[in-house]
Design a binder for this molecule. Structure first.
Ligand code: PLP
Length: 393
Protein backbone atom coordinates (compact mmCIF):
# COMPACT_ATOMS: atom_id res chain seq x y z
CA UNK A 1 0.00 0.00 0.00
CA UNK A 2 1.21 3.49 -0.79
CA UNK A 3 1.87 5.73 2.18
CA UNK A 4 -0.44 8.54 1.22
CA UNK A 5 -1.85 11.05 3.66
CA UNK A 6 -5.57 10.60 3.36
CA UNK A 7 -6.54 12.86 6.25
CA UNK A 8 -7.14 15.92 4.05
CA UNK A 9 -9.85 13.91 2.28
CA UNK A 10 -11.82 13.54 5.51
CA UNK A 11 -14.82 15.78 6.00
CA UNK A 12 -13.44 18.88 7.81
CA UNK A 13 -16.37 18.82 10.25
CA UNK A 14 -15.29 15.35 11.36
CA UNK A 15 -11.69 16.46 11.65
CA UNK A 16 -12.70 19.45 13.74
CA UNK A 17 -14.39 17.30 16.41
CA UNK A 18 -11.94 16.34 19.19
CA UNK A 19 -11.94 12.77 20.53
CA UNK A 20 -14.10 12.37 23.62
CA UNK A 21 -12.32 13.54 26.77
CA UNK A 22 -13.73 10.49 28.52
CA UNK A 23 -12.33 8.04 25.97
CA UNK A 24 -8.93 9.70 26.05
CA UNK A 25 -8.83 9.33 29.79
CA UNK A 26 -9.95 5.73 29.67
CA UNK A 27 -7.06 4.78 27.43
CA UNK A 28 -4.91 5.81 30.39
CA UNK A 29 -7.06 3.74 32.75
CA UNK A 30 -6.63 0.67 30.54
CA UNK A 31 -2.86 0.90 31.03
CA UNK A 32 -3.09 1.04 34.84
CA UNK A 33 -3.50 -2.00 37.10
CA UNK A 34 -5.79 -2.41 40.11
CA UNK A 35 -7.97 0.53 39.18
CA UNK A 36 -11.31 1.23 40.82
CA UNK A 37 -13.28 3.05 38.18
CA UNK A 38 -15.86 5.62 39.14
CA UNK A 39 -15.56 6.99 35.65
CA UNK A 40 -18.08 5.27 33.45
CA UNK A 41 -21.67 6.47 33.38
CA UNK A 42 -23.14 3.03 33.46
CA UNK A 43 -25.26 1.13 36.01
CA UNK A 44 -23.26 -1.45 37.94
CA UNK A 45 -26.28 -3.77 37.85
CA UNK A 46 -26.80 -6.46 35.25
CA UNK A 47 -30.10 -6.09 33.39
CA UNK A 48 -32.81 -7.69 35.59
CA UNK A 49 -33.31 -11.37 34.81
CA UNK A 50 -36.93 -11.17 33.67
CA UNK A 51 -35.86 -8.72 30.94
CA UNK A 52 -33.04 -10.96 29.75
CA UNK A 53 -35.38 -13.94 29.87
CA UNK A 54 -38.01 -12.18 27.75
CA UNK A 55 -35.35 -11.61 25.12
CA UNK A 56 -34.19 -15.23 25.23
CA UNK A 57 -37.80 -16.37 24.92
CA UNK A 58 -38.36 -14.11 21.92
CA UNK A 59 -35.30 -15.64 20.25
CA UNK A 60 -36.62 -19.13 20.96
CA UNK A 61 -39.83 -18.12 19.24
CA UNK A 62 -37.84 -16.99 16.20
CA UNK A 63 -37.99 -13.21 16.53
CA UNK A 64 -34.82 -12.54 14.60
CA UNK A 65 -36.02 -10.31 11.77
CA UNK A 66 -36.10 -6.61 10.93
CA UNK A 67 -38.92 -4.69 12.54
CA UNK A 68 -40.74 -1.69 11.11
CA UNK A 69 -38.38 1.27 10.66
CA UNK A 70 -40.27 2.99 13.45
CA UNK A 71 -39.76 0.04 15.80
CA UNK A 72 -42.19 -2.60 17.03
CA UNK A 73 -45.66 -1.09 17.26
CA UNK A 74 -46.22 -2.85 20.58
CA UNK A 75 -43.14 -1.18 22.02
CA UNK A 76 -44.16 2.24 20.69
CA UNK A 77 -47.59 1.73 22.25
CA UNK A 78 -45.95 0.81 25.55
CA UNK A 79 -43.75 3.93 25.39
CA UNK A 80 -46.79 6.11 24.65
CA UNK A 81 -48.71 4.55 27.55
CA UNK A 82 -45.74 5.04 29.88
CA UNK A 83 -45.40 8.73 28.94
CA UNK A 84 -49.11 9.32 29.37
CA UNK A 85 -49.22 7.52 32.73
CA UNK A 86 -46.14 9.24 34.10
CA UNK A 87 -46.32 12.76 32.65
CA UNK A 88 -49.78 13.03 31.17
CA UNK A 89 -48.39 13.72 27.70
CA UNK A 90 -50.06 11.96 24.78
CA UNK A 91 -48.23 10.74 21.70
CA UNK A 92 -49.59 8.79 18.78
CA UNK A 93 -47.51 5.59 18.66
CA UNK A 94 -48.05 5.38 14.88
CA UNK A 95 -46.22 8.56 13.86
CA UNK A 96 -45.01 10.43 16.93
CA UNK A 97 -42.63 7.87 18.44
CA UNK A 98 -39.49 6.42 16.88
CA UNK A 99 -37.50 3.61 18.50
CA UNK A 100 -33.78 4.29 18.12
CA UNK A 101 -30.40 2.73 18.81
CA UNK A 102 -30.14 4.38 22.21
CA UNK A 103 -30.63 8.04 22.97
CA UNK A 104 -27.31 8.49 21.18
CA UNK A 105 -28.85 7.75 17.81
CA UNK A 106 -31.97 9.75 18.61
CA UNK A 107 -29.82 12.79 19.41
CA UNK A 108 -27.84 12.44 16.20
CA UNK A 109 -31.04 12.04 14.14
CA UNK A 110 -32.66 15.06 15.76
CA UNK A 111 -29.64 17.22 14.97
CA UNK A 112 -29.37 15.99 11.40
CA UNK A 113 -33.10 16.31 10.77
CA UNK A 114 -33.34 19.84 12.16
CA UNK A 115 -30.14 21.74 11.50
CA UNK A 116 -28.90 23.49 8.39
CA UNK A 117 -25.33 24.83 8.29
CA UNK A 118 -24.87 27.72 10.67
CA UNK A 119 -27.89 27.03 12.88
CA UNK A 120 -27.05 27.64 16.52
CA UNK A 121 -27.81 25.19 19.29
CA UNK A 122 -27.89 26.48 22.87
CA UNK A 123 -26.32 24.04 25.31
CA UNK A 124 -25.98 24.47 29.09
CA UNK A 125 -22.42 23.73 30.12
CA UNK A 126 -20.90 21.53 31.57
CA UNK A 127 -22.65 19.21 29.15
CA UNK A 128 -22.76 15.57 28.08
CA UNK A 129 -19.83 14.88 25.77
CA UNK A 130 -21.91 14.10 22.64
CA UNK A 131 -23.89 17.31 22.45
CA UNK A 132 -21.34 19.61 20.86
CA UNK A 133 -19.89 17.02 18.42
CA UNK A 134 -23.36 15.93 17.25
CA UNK A 135 -24.23 19.59 16.67
CA UNK A 136 -21.04 20.24 14.72
CA UNK A 137 -21.32 17.05 12.67
CA UNK A 138 -24.82 18.09 11.63
CA UNK A 139 -23.49 21.46 10.44
CA UNK A 140 -24.70 23.39 13.48
CA UNK A 141 -22.85 25.67 15.86
CA UNK A 142 -22.86 24.85 19.58
CA UNK A 143 -23.36 27.90 21.80
CA UNK A 144 -22.59 27.17 25.42
CA UNK A 145 -24.37 28.67 28.40
CA UNK A 146 -22.08 28.22 31.40
CA UNK A 147 -23.55 27.11 34.71
CA UNK A 148 -21.82 27.06 38.08
CA UNK A 149 -21.98 25.45 41.49
CA UNK A 150 -23.18 28.77 42.95
CA UNK A 151 -26.29 28.47 40.75
CA UNK A 152 -26.68 24.76 41.42
CA UNK A 153 -25.62 24.09 37.82
CA UNK A 154 -28.99 25.32 36.57
CA UNK A 155 -29.59 27.66 33.68
CA UNK A 156 -32.03 30.53 33.92
CA UNK A 157 -34.55 31.88 31.47
CA UNK A 158 -32.54 35.11 31.34
CA UNK A 159 -29.41 33.22 30.38
CA UNK A 160 -31.27 31.51 27.54
CA UNK A 161 -32.79 34.78 26.41
CA UNK A 162 -29.46 36.56 26.27
CA UNK A 163 -27.81 33.73 24.30
CA UNK A 164 -30.41 33.87 21.51
CA UNK A 165 -29.38 35.27 18.13
CA UNK A 166 -31.21 35.29 14.78
CA UNK A 167 -29.45 31.95 14.04
CA UNK A 168 -30.63 30.14 17.18
CA UNK A 169 -32.77 27.19 16.27
CA UNK A 170 -32.51 24.63 19.06
CA UNK A 171 -32.24 24.63 22.82
CA UNK A 172 -30.81 21.37 24.14
CA UNK A 173 -31.63 20.50 27.73
CA UNK A 174 -30.67 17.58 29.94
CA UNK A 175 -32.15 17.36 33.42
CA UNK A 176 -31.31 15.43 35.55
CA UNK A 177 -27.96 16.43 34.20
CA UNK A 178 -24.85 14.57 33.16
CA UNK A 179 -22.23 15.40 34.49
CA UNK A 180 -23.46 17.52 37.41
CA UNK A 181 -26.54 15.64 38.65
CA UNK A 182 -28.43 18.96 38.68
CA UNK A 183 -32.20 18.93 38.41
CA UNK A 184 -34.54 21.81 37.57
CA UNK A 185 -37.74 22.88 39.31
CA UNK A 186 -40.93 22.92 37.27
CA UNK A 187 -41.29 26.72 37.69
CA UNK A 188 -37.78 27.37 36.37
CA UNK A 189 -38.36 25.13 33.38
CA UNK A 190 -41.70 26.81 32.73
CA UNK A 191 -39.93 30.18 32.49
CA UNK A 192 -37.41 28.73 30.04
CA UNK A 193 -40.30 27.22 28.09
CA UNK A 194 -41.86 30.68 27.80
CA UNK A 195 -38.63 31.97 26.23
CA UNK A 196 -38.62 29.02 23.82
CA UNK A 197 -42.18 29.81 22.75
CA UNK A 198 -41.51 33.53 22.52
CA UNK A 199 -38.50 32.95 20.22
CA UNK A 200 -39.99 29.95 18.42
CA UNK A 201 -37.16 27.61 19.44
CA UNK A 202 -37.18 23.87 19.10
CA UNK A 203 -36.20 22.11 22.31
CA UNK A 204 -34.41 18.79 22.36
CA UNK A 205 -34.93 17.44 25.84
CA UNK A 206 -32.68 14.54 26.81
CA UNK A 207 -34.52 12.97 29.73
CA UNK A 208 -32.53 9.76 29.95
CA UNK A 209 -32.13 10.21 33.73
CA UNK A 210 -35.78 11.10 34.42
CA UNK A 211 -36.42 8.07 36.63
CA UNK A 212 -33.25 8.74 38.58
CA UNK A 213 -34.66 11.81 40.28
CA UNK A 214 -34.19 11.87 44.05
CA UNK A 215 -35.23 15.39 44.95
CA UNK A 216 -38.71 16.62 44.00
CA UNK A 217 -40.44 15.33 40.90
CA UNK A 218 -39.08 15.19 37.39
CA UNK A 219 -40.77 17.59 34.97
CA UNK A 220 -41.14 16.28 31.46
CA UNK A 221 -40.48 19.30 29.28
CA UNK A 222 -43.19 18.33 26.80
CA UNK A 223 -45.77 18.54 29.60
CA UNK A 224 -45.30 22.31 29.96
CA UNK A 225 -47.72 24.70 28.23
CA UNK A 226 -46.93 25.18 24.53
CA UNK A 227 -44.01 22.77 24.61
CA UNK A 228 -45.15 19.42 23.27
CA UNK A 229 -45.31 20.54 19.63
CA UNK A 230 -41.82 22.10 19.74
CA UNK A 231 -40.06 19.48 21.86
CA UNK A 232 -38.18 16.44 20.68
CA UNK A 233 -38.27 14.29 23.79
CA UNK A 234 -35.44 11.76 24.07
CA UNK A 235 -35.36 8.88 26.47
CA UNK A 236 -34.25 5.29 26.65
CA UNK A 237 -33.62 2.19 28.65
CA UNK A 238 -29.86 2.32 29.32
CA UNK A 239 -29.85 4.00 32.71
CA UNK A 240 -33.20 3.34 34.39
CA UNK A 241 -33.32 -0.36 33.52
CA UNK A 242 -29.56 -1.08 33.47
CA UNK A 243 -29.68 -1.81 29.74
CA UNK A 244 -26.72 0.10 28.27
CA UNK A 245 -25.57 -2.74 26.02
CA UNK A 246 -28.99 -3.39 24.48
CA UNK A 247 -28.93 -0.04 22.69
CA UNK A 248 -32.56 1.02 22.83
CA UNK A 249 -33.95 4.51 23.13
CA UNK A 250 -36.68 6.58 21.58
CA UNK A 251 -37.67 10.01 20.36
CA UNK A 252 -41.17 11.41 20.78
CA UNK A 253 -42.39 14.57 19.12
CA UNK A 254 -44.60 16.06 16.44
CA UNK A 255 -45.11 13.94 13.31
CA UNK A 256 -43.00 16.30 11.15
CA UNK A 257 -39.94 16.04 13.37
CA UNK A 258 -40.31 12.34 14.06
CA UNK A 259 -41.10 11.63 10.39
CA UNK A 260 -37.92 13.44 9.31
CA UNK A 261 -35.84 11.56 11.86
CA UNK A 262 -37.35 8.29 10.74
CA UNK A 263 -36.40 9.06 7.16
CA UNK A 264 -32.73 9.25 8.14
CA UNK A 265 -33.01 6.27 10.48
CA UNK A 266 -34.55 4.06 7.78
CA UNK A 267 -31.58 4.63 5.48
CA UNK A 268 -28.88 4.44 8.12
CA UNK A 269 -30.04 1.92 10.74
CA UNK A 270 -33.08 0.46 9.04
CA UNK A 271 -34.37 -0.46 12.48
CA UNK A 272 -33.27 -0.92 16.08
CA UNK A 273 -32.26 -4.57 16.72
CA UNK A 274 -35.29 -6.66 17.56
CA UNK A 275 -33.60 -8.33 20.55
CA UNK A 276 -33.21 -4.98 22.30
CA UNK A 277 -36.75 -3.96 21.43
CA UNK A 278 -38.15 -7.19 22.89
CA UNK A 279 -36.19 -6.60 26.09
CA UNK A 280 -37.32 -2.96 26.26
CA UNK A 281 -40.94 -4.05 25.93
CA UNK A 282 -40.55 -6.34 28.93
CA UNK A 283 -38.84 -3.54 30.87
CA UNK A 284 -41.85 -1.29 30.35
CA UNK A 285 -44.36 -4.05 31.10
CA UNK A 286 -42.84 -5.48 34.27
CA UNK A 287 -39.64 -3.61 35.05
CA UNK A 288 -40.90 -0.88 37.39
CA UNK A 289 -40.28 -2.60 40.76
CA UNK A 290 -36.74 -3.62 39.75
CA UNK A 291 -36.03 -0.14 38.45
CA UNK A 292 -37.22 1.44 41.69
CA UNK A 293 -34.98 -0.91 43.69
CA UNK A 294 -31.92 0.13 41.68
CA UNK A 295 -32.83 3.80 42.04
CA UNK A 296 -33.08 3.27 45.82
CA UNK A 297 -29.51 1.92 45.82
CA UNK A 298 -28.22 4.91 43.84
CA UNK A 299 -29.95 7.28 46.22
CA UNK A 300 -28.32 5.70 49.29
CA UNK A 301 -24.92 5.87 47.61
CA UNK A 302 -25.56 9.48 46.62
CA UNK A 303 -25.78 10.50 50.29
CA UNK A 304 -22.62 8.55 51.17
CA UNK A 305 -20.60 10.02 48.31
CA UNK A 306 -21.55 13.65 48.94
CA UNK A 307 -20.81 13.22 52.65
CA UNK A 308 -17.49 11.49 51.95
CA UNK A 309 -16.29 14.43 49.84
CA UNK A 310 -17.40 16.97 52.41
CA UNK A 311 -15.66 14.99 55.17
CA UNK A 312 -12.46 15.20 53.11
CA UNK A 313 -12.80 18.96 52.83
CA UNK A 314 -13.74 18.86 49.13
CA UNK A 315 -16.86 20.94 48.38
CA UNK A 316 -19.46 18.83 46.62
CA UNK A 317 -22.66 20.03 45.05
CA UNK A 318 -25.60 17.88 46.13
CA UNK A 319 -26.91 16.16 43.00
CA UNK A 320 -30.68 15.81 42.77
CA UNK A 321 -30.63 13.18 40.02
CA UNK A 322 -28.66 10.84 37.70
CA UNK A 323 -25.79 8.92 39.35
CA UNK A 324 -22.99 11.47 39.31
CA UNK A 325 -21.35 13.66 41.91
CA UNK A 326 -19.40 16.72 40.75
CA UNK A 327 -16.93 17.66 43.50
CA UNK A 328 -14.81 20.79 43.29
CA UNK A 329 -11.38 19.18 43.19
CA UNK A 330 -9.60 22.49 42.59
CA UNK A 331 -9.38 22.87 46.41
CA UNK A 332 -6.42 20.51 46.15
CA UNK A 333 -4.60 23.15 44.10
CA UNK A 334 -4.72 20.90 41.03
CA UNK A 335 -6.59 21.42 37.78
CA UNK A 336 -9.20 18.87 36.67
CA UNK A 337 -6.92 16.84 34.45
CA UNK A 338 -3.96 16.92 36.78
CA UNK A 339 -6.17 15.82 39.66
CA UNK A 340 -7.62 12.91 37.67
CA UNK A 341 -4.24 11.82 36.30
CA UNK A 342 -2.40 12.02 39.63
CA UNK A 343 -5.22 10.25 41.47
CA UNK A 344 -5.09 7.49 38.90
CA UNK A 345 -1.31 7.21 39.06
CA UNK A 346 -0.92 7.47 42.81
CA UNK A 347 -4.06 5.73 44.09
CA UNK A 348 -5.52 3.88 41.09
CA UNK A 349 -8.92 5.54 41.25
CA UNK A 350 -10.45 6.67 37.96
CA UNK A 351 -12.74 9.69 37.67
CA UNK A 352 -13.47 11.90 34.68
CA UNK A 353 -11.89 15.36 34.68
CA UNK A 354 -14.64 17.98 34.71
CA UNK A 355 -13.20 19.85 31.73
CA UNK A 356 -14.12 16.85 29.52
CA UNK A 357 -17.62 18.36 29.75
CA UNK A 358 -16.61 21.85 28.70
CA UNK A 359 -14.71 24.81 30.04
CA UNK A 360 -17.06 25.45 32.94
CA UNK A 361 -16.31 21.94 34.20
CA UNK A 362 -12.71 22.97 34.91
CA UNK A 363 -11.87 22.59 38.59
CA UNK A 364 -14.33 19.72 39.02
CA UNK A 365 -14.39 15.97 38.47
CA UNK A 366 -17.25 13.66 37.61
CA UNK A 367 -17.65 10.71 39.93
CA UNK A 368 -20.11 8.00 39.03
CA UNK A 369 -21.66 6.36 42.07
CA UNK A 370 -23.14 3.58 39.98
CA UNK A 371 -20.58 1.34 41.69
CA UNK A 372 -20.75 -1.21 44.51
CA UNK A 373 -20.55 -0.01 48.10
CA UNK A 374 -17.30 -1.95 48.51
CA UNK A 375 -15.73 -0.20 45.53
CA UNK A 376 -17.03 3.16 46.67
CA UNK A 377 -15.67 2.85 50.19
CA UNK A 378 -12.25 1.64 49.02
CA UNK A 379 -12.12 4.40 46.37
CA UNK A 380 -12.97 7.00 49.01
CA UNK A 381 -10.32 5.68 51.41
CA UNK A 382 -7.74 6.11 48.62
CA UNK A 383 -9.08 9.51 47.58
CA UNK A 384 -9.03 10.82 51.15
CA UNK A 385 -5.36 9.80 51.38
CA UNK A 386 -4.57 11.56 48.11
CA UNK A 387 -6.46 14.71 49.02
CA UNK A 388 -4.65 14.85 52.42
CA UNK A 389 -1.33 14.60 50.60
CA UNK A 390 -2.42 17.59 48.51
CA UNK A 391 -2.68 19.52 51.76
CA UNK A 392 -6.45 19.74 52.17
CA UNK A 393 -7.18 19.75 55.94
N1 PLP B 1 -27.61 11.25 27.08
C1 PLP B 1 -26.94 11.38 28.24
C2 PLP B 1 -27.10 12.62 29.03
C3 PLP B 1 -26.10 10.36 28.68
O1 PLP B 1 -25.46 10.50 29.85
C4 PLP B 1 -25.94 9.20 27.88
C5 PLP B 1 -25.01 8.14 28.28
O2 PLP B 1 -24.18 8.27 29.15
C6 PLP B 1 -26.64 9.12 26.68
C7 PLP B 1 -27.47 10.16 26.31
C8 PLP B 1 -26.52 7.92 25.78
O3 PLP B 1 -27.49 7.00 26.11
P1 PLP B 1 -27.80 5.69 25.27
O4 PLP B 1 -27.12 4.55 25.97
O5 PLP B 1 -29.30 5.56 25.33
O6 PLP B 1 -27.32 5.89 23.90
Amino acid sequence: MTQKNWSDRINPAVRSVPPSGIRRFFDLVAETRGVISLGVGEPDFVTPWHIREACIYSLEKGYTMYTSNWGLLELREAVAADLERTYNVKYNPKNEILITVGVSEALDLAMRALLVPGDEVLIPEPSYVSYAPCTTLAGGVPVFMPTSMENNFRISADQVRSAITPRTKVLLLCYPNNPTGAVMEREELAKIAEVAVEHDLIVISDEIYDRLTYVGEHTCLASLPGMQERTVLLNGFSKAYAMTGWRVGYAAGNPDFIGAMTKIHQYSMLCTPITGQMAALEALKNGQPGMRRMVGHYNRRRHLVVQAFRDMGVPCFEPGGAFYAFPQVSVTGLGSEEFAEELLKQEQVALVPGNAFGRSGEGFARVSYAASLDDLSEAFRRMARFVRRCGVR
